[in-house]
Design a protein around this ligand. Structure first.
Ligand SMILES: [Zn+2]
Length: 509
């Protein structure tokens, strides 16, 4: 190419770029607003051995999206301040730092935001450069919105007005440590009132629901109010549904994917004409944004301490939430055994929802982070004595949501006992057989159970029946779940564990 042609070619390329970068220059082009969405993101570093997630990569994706279209809204579908290894030290401040660096716009509260104290949560809200939402989270006494948060926000792009409403899971009280000063009101009623107001009074052109609900509830919410799009969270599954004409999306967890949603509005009428979306895998092929480096530097010491090895596994450990909440798992057996031995009880009992990480661990070394990722809550392990009749109630309760929910957190992992159940039978009458120490359950006999204090003194996951028992050793001075777990790994031959499935839990239907 001669020099003059080269220059002309360069101009042509520049003109093409300009057209791509500024599509609004076409007077008939729709006004496009891009929502970027992730949910249930507990750590800013990548997961799966560095292969997936990582907020430094997310920032790169956001910058790319902004080059295509400057009208970007970045949303988080809740569950980020807890649980995680880092939160034991920083109470979620590390995630607020990370989201501030990303330039997050809005987050709805997830149930796990209420694992930390209300006082700590108020500090996190103060530190956040982004807006927290949760229209149905109120003070129990006054009914006023928690933390004086707005019930909705409105964003305007070239005259297009979009209302955004946050809604939180009604089960938050049972699945977190939400204090009694707070209350979660009916999400359907809240959605109905607020969205009507957005449409009739505020005259918005579109409404986006930013939710932390179960999919069934999201579907119901779509019938309660006139949403154009619902971006959710909570399940840790990639879900794409539609109800009452409203599309509903959720990513898995830990920013393994980012949802990208283009809302296309008619330039004249401002009417929402169409929606395009793409689920983008966040992988190690996406470079880290250099702007994120100060966050990694700030938490370097802790990140290094978490990398310390504590032992190894010679088998693949199944710490997936969906496994631990639906069936017997090898890691569930190992943890339940460790609890039982730690306080010398007949039975070890672990609610599947307390086993986190949501990963499988391949054979190889286990680090401090791995231990704390699987058991991040720092729960004391207590010993309670109950009658066989109460033990039966506990086991019935443990499977009472097994047909109703995809991942009921109450589902148990057990040690020193086994049971068989049929999830197609009515809740409360599902358990077909229970054995303790190989013997059939004797309803009038007493049994001791090692379990988390969360279930005993706080009736976590609805386990109110533990209060009928007698506490033999309480939370005061009790060993902590992750310490018990770590000690059990170290006590294994060569500090290498190899737990297996043993038919402790048999599911029929
Ligand atoms: Zn959740």
């Amino acid at each position: 190419m001669n020099p003059i042609k080269q220059i002309l070619f360069a101009f042509a390329v520049l003109a093409l770029f300009a057209a791509a970068a500024f599509p609004q220059s076409d007077p008939n082009a729709p006004i496009r607003v891009t929502f970027l969405h992730v949910n249930d993101t507990y750590q800013f570093t990548p997961v799966e051995g560095g292969k997936r997630g990582g907020l430094a990569r997310l920032l790169t994706l956001k910058k790319r999206a902004m080059e295509e279209n400057p009208h970007v809204v970045f949303t988080l579908g809740g569950d980020t301040l807890s649980p995680s290894v880092e939160t034991r030290t920083y109470k979620g401040a590390q995630m607020v730092d990370a989201w501030n660096a990303i330039g997050l716009d809005y987050s709805v509260f997830g149930n796990h935001e209420f694992d930390i104290s209300t006082a700590e949560l108020l500090k996190r809200i103060e530190e956040s450069d982004f807006q927290w939402l949760g229209a149905n989270v109120v003070y129990a006494d006054s009914g006023k919105p928690f933390a004086d948060l707005p019930e909705f926000v409105i964003r305007e792009f070239e005259g297009v007005k979009i209302g955004i409403v946050g809604l939180l899971l009604p089960e938050t009280k049972e699945t977190s440590s939400m204090e009694d000063t707070l209350k979660v009101t009916d999400y359907c009623l809240a959605a109905n009132l607020i969205v009507s107001r957005l449409r009739m009074v505020e005259k918005v052109d579109a409404v986006v629901g930013l939710t932390h609900l179960f999919m069934e509830q999201d579907k119901k919410a779509a019938g309660c109010a006139d949403f154009d799009l619902i971006l959710g969270g909570h399940e840790h599954s990639l879900l794409q549904s539609s109800a009452f004409g409203t599309p509903i999306f959720k990513m898995t967890a830990d920013a393994r994917e980012m949802g990208k949603f283009n809302l296309n509005f008619d330039r004249k009428t401002k009417r929402l004409m169409s929606l395009d979306w793409e689920i983008i895998a966040v992988t190690d092929e996406i470079p880290d944004a250099p702007e994120f480096a100060p966050i990694v530097a700030k938490y370097k010491d802790l990140l290094e301490r978490l990398a310390v090895p504590v032992g190894a596994t010679s088998v693949t450990l199944d710490a997936l939430s969906v496994s631990n909440r639906t069936k017997e798992t090898n890691i569930g057996n190992f943890i339940a055994d460790a609890y039982r031995e730690a306080v010398d009880a007949d039975i070890g009992f672990v609610n599947g929802g307390s086993i986190r990480a949501d990963l499988t661990y391949n054979p190889g070394p286990l680090t401090k982070r791995d231990v704390l990722s699987m058991l991040p809550f720092n729960n004391p392990i207590v010993k309670v004595e109950v009658t066989g009749a109460v033990l039966r109630e506990i086991i019935e309760h443990s499977v009472a949501r097994s047909a109703e929910d995809n991942e009921p957190g109450r589902f148990p992992q057990v040690s020193g006992m086994s049971f068989r159940f049929d999830a197609s039978r009515p809740a409360g009458d599902r358990v077909l057989e229970i054995k303790v120490g190989g013997e059939p359950l004797n309803e009038s006999k007493n049994y001791t159970i090692a379990t988390s204090d969360f279930l005993v003194s706080r009736a976590g996951d609805g386990y109110t029946m533990f209060s009928k028992g007698k506490v033999i050793s309480g939370a005061e001075g009790a060993p902590k779940d992750s310490d018990v777990f770590e000690a059990a790994i170290k006590a294994a031959p060569n500090a290498t564990i190899a737990p297996k499935l043993e038919g402790r839990i048999i599911r029929e239907n």
